[in-house]
Design a binder for this molecule. Sequence first.
Ligand code: ZN
Length: 230
Amino acid sequence: MVDSNYMADSGLERAFAKVRALLEGDFEHPGLTLYDLQNLVGYNSRVKTDGPLSYTLPPEPELSGVAAVRLYYYPKDPEVTLIVEIEDKARKRHLRHFKWNGISWTAPHGLKSDLTATREVLPAIEEVGGDFFLGYAPEEAKELAEAIRRGEAAGTKYMLCTRDNTRIFYSPTSSPPTIPCPRCGNGNLIFKTLTLANPEDRIEALLREQRALRTALEDLLLYLKRKLGP
Ligand SMILES: [Zn+2]
């Protein structure tokens, strides 16, 4: 199988060049300022928000090689003011972080800011039957979900959420995810390897989905209680 991560992606390169011109300016335009960014995302200082607020760049020829370019503004974050997200055609997201220093965009300490296409990407995430699949194309995720259900995927590695038992299967070509649980936001995930020898019961899959729904519901109730008072 060819890993598309390791092939040059000219569409991605062009999108990065476009974003670089947008942030740093070029012969025709000055670079984007914090004020410009606030206008783009519709930031209103009267609205108290911790962010992020986002803006999707409108389609244009230079961006035709990628799925989308989004700017995320974090008004309250002391370290990161702006995150640029470029989603490529394979639905992988490339992130770059910036801090506004009063004049220009600089690199926050230890975070990635260079505006060139690299091989480091956040893989796309697919949800199939209550499980999440990271770094798989939609069809691959569906096939793997089927194989798991039939008990034919022993040895497959995944992360398990300790809170709601959500499973996040990750592609063997990508490194283990450093993301929180996509369902509940819990950062405490443990490494597991699928060992099941018997086909997974549909009942079991349903129970897992039900557990996940219950957790979501409990969270919602807690949130409403906080909002509305006792
Ligand atoms: Zn979870």
